[in-house]
Design a binder for this molecule. Structure first.
Ligand SMILES: Cc1ncc(COP(=O)(O)O)c(C=O)c1O
Length: 377
């Protein structure tokens, strides 16, 4: 079955009581039991909910995994995942990771003696050398937010398997339509469902997908124990969004390619980070492991002053955090998504004061480019 067919149908059955083709939103906190120990598979909504189950089945099928787990946000999913570790464990994370993931590791979970180290996972030799006896997890983002660095999925998975370390990929930027890390041997896929999966900037959610039965059991236990679950209504919004993932993503990728080409020719733009450009240092790798190059671009205007001016002048492109919606969003990572990362660290990884990030939407590309052109002028 092709991806677009799966996106529309995976996990979804007409409602058995009414035939409703749309999954009902099961707004209930509990379920009546027939007698002690006899129920219809649901006991309490923190543990499971039929609407959430449909989304969990859908994402598992789209990523090619056994089971999916849905959370209240991407950060709730990542937190639950890290809670599977123990004090003293060492976790390797891609250096140019989403600022919230950096903040969680460096400013929150380090207080519980989880030892986070941020390294350049695009260099597999560095990754291999950084793994030590206490390393229990490698958390990779690819493409990264916001400099669009690409890590070799098959290479990283092989290293982690050999060292018996759990490999995780934050697949938010690519979505399962463009990249399916489990197919390359990665153990766990994570998503901020808030972005491309929902696709309409109207909910928050997080997802995990994996195959290993023991780890599934552990994460299910943590999900109900910690309670950072996705609400039934948000699960429904995400189910609805996923049905159009393929068509939205195709359009966003085509638009992004044109916007990136335009930016790379503009004299005021110092650098463009987009894996679809031949100038991207890992263009070939991206071509190998992604079916298209995504809707995210970042580009450097050289200074905070220039970035500020540009962001004040865009009209169609909305100045806002987040990404992956149908509308083009534009942001300034250094002061917005990555404000928790210290300035020297930001500069080291290329998140400069002049860097602007665009989540290219599905509008007519000539309108997006016209807006960027007038703002740059
Ligand atoms: C790559 C990536 N991972 C994780 C997150 C966190 O997701 P959420 O905002 O749904 O908690 C984000 C949010 O922007 C993100 O961009």
């Amino acid at each position: 079955m092709g991806f677009s067919t799966k996106a529309v149908h995976a996990g979804i059955e007409p409602d058995p009581t009414t035939g409703s083709i749309m999954t009902p939103v099961h707004l209930t906190s509990t379920y009546v039991q027939e007698e002690l120990g006899v129920n219809k598979g649901y006991e309490y909504a923190r543990v499971s909910n039929p609407t959430r189950t449909v989304l969990e089945k859908s994402i598992a099928e789209l990523e090619g995994g056994k089971e999916g787990l849905a959370f209240g946000s991407g950060m709730a999913a990542i937190t639950t995942l890290f809670m599977a570790l123990k004090a003293g464990d060492h976790i390797i994370v891609s250096r140019d990771v989403y600022g919230g993931t950096y903040r969680l590791g460096k400013l929150v979970l380090n207080n519980f003696n989880l030892d986070f180290e941020f390294v350049d996972t695009t260099d597999l030799d560095i990754l291999k050398k950084t793994i030590k006896s206490s390393t229990k997890m490698v958390f990779i983002e690819t493409p990264t937010n916001p400099t669009m660095e690409i890590t070799d999925l098959a290479g990283a998975a092989k290293i982690c398997k050999a060292k018996k370390v759990i490999s995780v990929v934050d697949n938010t930027f690519a979505s399962p339509y463009l990249q399916r890390p489990l197919e390359y041997g990665i153990d766990i896929v994570m998503h901020s469902a808030t972005k491309y999966l929902n696709g309409h900037s109207d909910m928050l959610g997080g997802l995990l997908v994996l195959n290993d039965a023991k780890m599934i059991e552990k994460l299910r236990f943590l999900q109900k124990s910690i309670g950072g679950i996705m609400s039934p209504f948000e699960a429904w919004m995400c189910i609805r969004g996923i049905k159009t993932l393929a068509v939205r993503m195709d359009r966003a990728c085509n638009n992004a390619m044109e916007v990136a080409s335009f930016l790379s020719r503009h004299r005021k733009v110092k650098k463009v980070n987009y894996p679809g450009l031949l100038s991207h240092p890992q263009h070939r790798l991206a071509q190998k492991q992604m079916s298209e190059f995504g809707g995210m671009i970042s580009f450097d205007l050289g200074s905070l002053e220039s970035a500020k001016k540009f962001l004040k002048r865009v009209k169609l492109c909305a100045l806002a955090e987040s990404l992956g919606g149908v509308e083009t969003l534009i942001s300034h990572p250094a002061t917005m998504t990555h404000a928790s990362v210290p300035a020297d660290e930001r500069n080291r990884i290329g998140v400069t004061d002049g860097l602007v990030r665009i989540s290219v939407g599905i509008e007519d590309v000539k309108d997006i480019i016209a807006d960027i052109k007038q703002a740059l002028a």
